[in-house]
Design a protein around this ligand. Structure first.
Ligand code: GTP
Ligand code: MG
Length: 196
């Protein structure tokens, strides 16, 4: 798949506003500030396709990008510590849950976690849910550039070991948007999901 061809499609406040539920979608999910939007930009080689920010909670809508007529990438709102009013937070956490539960074209979930804070409760809940729904999961340990190579290898092995407990199709790789670390691996996994 040529990921550079990605173009912005829509920003949806809820699943009713999404493009027709057909073809294949791969969604990027994870805690606020984990690096989801940055990873999408790295994958598509476009600096400002998805909006990134130092402020957690930047992505509050379900942003959709088209790769071709029947393949899409999805940037989901983050969960966790977003500094937004509770009412707003509840609204978009609800649309996130709804998207994950109802979207038929969702064929694979990328779960991004800051390598310095892996496998928080909500990450584990999300992975468990995906496995229960027979959805393949690619866990990306993001901002790998923040750790020395020995330290990041150690965490990679620990998270791979812990991921066996989910008993599902869960792959774990290191990733960095800063130095493109892990980009080839991400493309390989996504290519197989989009091929189906
Ligand atoms: P929300 O939309 O708020 O849920 O956040 P997000 O998961 O989309 O995170 P985003 O991509 O906006 O990145 C958050 C912050 O982390 C920004 O300041 C990025 O520049 C930084 N960041 C993202 N990826 C990397 C990385 O690989 N390395 C480093 N050093 N910083 C990164
Ligand atoms: Mg974002």
């Amino acid at each position: 798949i040529n990921y550079q061809r990605a173009t912005f499609l829509t920003s949806a406040p809820d699943i009713k506003a999404l493009p027709a539920d057909q073809g294949i979608e791969v969604a990027f999910a994870g805690r606020s500030n984990a690096g989801k939007s940055s990873a999408l930009n790295t994958l598509t080689r476009q600096n400002s396709l998805a909006r990134t920010s130092k402020t957690p909670g930047r992505t509050q809508l379900i942003n959709t990008f088209s790769l071709d007529a029947d393949r899409r990438l999805i940037d989901l709102p983050g969960y966790g510590f977003a500094k937004v009013p509770l009412a707003v937070k509840e609204k978009w956490q609800k649309s996130l849950a709804e998207y994950l539960q109802k979207r038929q074209s969702l064929k694979g979930l990328v779960v991004l976690m800051d390598i310095r804070h892996p496998l928080k409760d909500l990450d584990q809940d999300l992975i468990s849910w995906a496995v229960a729904s027979d959805l393949p999961v690619l866990v990306l340990l993001t901002k790998a550039d923040k750790l020395a190579s020995g330290a990041r290898k150690k965490i990679l092995l620990e998270v791979r070991e812990a991921s066996m407990a989910f008993m599902g199709d869960v792959t774990v790789h290191l990733f960095s948007s800063l130095n493109k670390f892990g980009l080839d691996e991400v493309e390989q996994v996504l290519d197989t999901w989009y091929q189906a």
